[in-house]
Design a protein around this ligand. Structure first.
Ligand SMILES: CC(C)(COP(=O)(O)OP(=O)(O)OC[C@H]1O[C@@H](n2cnc3c(N)ncnc32)[C@H](O)[C@@H]1OP(=O)(O)O)[C@@H](O)C(=O)NCCC(=O)NCCSC(=O)CC(=O)O
Length: 386
């Protein structure tokens, strides 16, 4: 058997899923969360939550946690009361099942049997036991016993980018490999009352799962590359580890989202892109508008700062803003929704009249870590680049 594959890896199929139980419009989120957490007496905090919600660029979010399940777990309302065990118990079925919904769609689009998957990379911020969700998902999908499983835990919002980067390396270095990437994020592990200090996270995060089949050539009949994964890098912005992070405690997971995050990402994004793309794209800095963009919508301000720093034309981040509006920030899974949205737009537009041949994928998370990937649409005509 040959060791290496032919050519760069490509995304061959994409699937997404959200919990169907609860959809909360953002304009009533503040009222809702203060009511269900019995916090209506915190009037100033509630007004602040309303101000934040108005600025998020989010219309609605999907959640697994229902008011009924919350009533059964009053310990979720008070960070001082131990609740990690109950949260893990609920996540134990919810996280892999949501991943399964997304993976079934991706596998159906791919058109080959699930048993042809050779590797599984699962990313989530909810995994703290072994064997973990990768093991459960393999069983739910009927993957073969020799599938090589990897779980990425607590990479946060760059988890999807990290998983795709790893899948690229696995696919290119193992002839015939077909890697299933699955990211499943459910906020029940970080859900809490608004007095816990996590207003911003509570206003931004939603639940969702994404799955991608990654493989490199030779492709079998029926396999159609959606995005070629040309090159990938990871960059850590020095001395920013205190700015963005997650902390697991007996009361669940706390997110720390420093107010400097949008500014730091804006200030560092161009250098990171130049490091990542030089050698692959002629003078990348002169051509940011010649690329299509798949950017993790960590928050509206982050997208605004990237627009400003890179002087992007209006609409370049439309897929990211669409996903933010419809689903909120689903942490690691979000980037897969953005990729799905981009390819949907390309299809709707008579196959890539609007979408340039080359594109950039960006995901951010704790570190601050930036995962960057240069993408290429195999079917795109350079003549159609805008
Ligand atoms: C939250 C926002 C939508 C708010 O919009 P604006 O900044 O335009 O509005 P604004 O300045 O009027 O802010 C509204 C109120 O929120 C407060 N505020 C804003 N950011 C805050 C923060 N990080 N922590 C605490 N408070 C904050 C302001 O002080 C203000 O309070 P007052 O009204 O009282 O004056 C935006 O700042 C944003 O998109 N921020 C990015 C959030 C972020 O860090 N995302 C990364 C998620 S993590 C991720 O994606 C990766 C991962 O987790 O791994």
């Amino acid at each position: 058997m040959q060791q290496h594959a032919e050519g760069p890896a490509a995304m061959l199929a994409i699937g997404t899923a959200n919990p169907t139980g609860v959809v909360v419009p953002q304009d009533i989120f503040a009222e809702n969360i203060f009511r269900v957490t019995k916090s209506d007496h915190l009037t100033e905090l509630k007004e602040k939550m309303k101000r934040i919600c108005q600025k998020t660029g989010i219309d609605k979010r999907h959640f697994h946690l229902t008011e009924e399940s919350l009533a059964a777990h009053p310990e979720f309302l008070d960070r001082q009361v131990p609740s990690l065990d109950s949260r893990i118990n609920m996540a134990d079925t919810a996280v892999p099942e949501l991943a399964q919904c997304a993976a079934i769609k991706a596998i159906a689009e791919w058109g080959r049997p699930a048993t042809d998957i050779t590797h599984l990379v699962f990313s989530t911020y909810s995994a703290w036991q072994a064997p973990s969700f990768d093991h459960q998902l393999a069983a739910l999908l009927g993957l073969r016993p020799t599938v090589c499983r990897t779980i990425l835990s607590l990479h946060g919002c760059y988890g999807g980018g990290r998983a795709l980067h790893l899948a690229k390396q696995l696919a290119e270095n193992n002839h015939g490999a077909r890697v299933l990437v699955a990211c499943s994020e459910i906020t029940l592990v970080c859900f809490g009352g608004p007095d816990g200090g996590n207003l911003i996270g509570s206003a931004l995060f939603g639940d969702g799962a994404g799955a991608v089949i990654v493989g490199a050539g030779p492709f079998t009949e029926g396999e159609r590359p959606i995005f070629e994964m040309v090159s990938a890098t990871q960059t850590t912005i020095p001395r920013t580890e205190h700015v963005l992070g997650m902390q697991v405690s007996g009361g669940g997971v706390d997110f720390h989202l420093g107010i400097q995050v949008p500014m730091l990402i804006g200030q560092n994004i161009e250098k990171c892109l130049l490091d990542a793309f030089t050698g692959f794209v002629d003078d990348p800095s002169s051509s940011w508008n010649d690329l299509f963009w798949a950017v993790h919508p960590g928050g509206r301000q982050i997208l605004d700062n990237i627009d400003t720093e890179l002087k992007l034309e209006p609409g370049k981040l439309a897929a990211s803003r669409h996903v933010l509006r419809e689903y909120g920030n689903m942490s690691g899974a979000t980037i897969i929704f953005v990729l799905d949205e981009l390819r949907r737009r390309r299809k709707e537009d008579g196959d890539n009249l609007l979408l340039p041949e080359w594109g950039a994928m960006l995901a951010f998370g704790p570190g601050i870590t930036i995962e960057a990937m240069l993408l290429r649409c195999p079917g795109a005509s350079p003549l159609n680049n805008n």
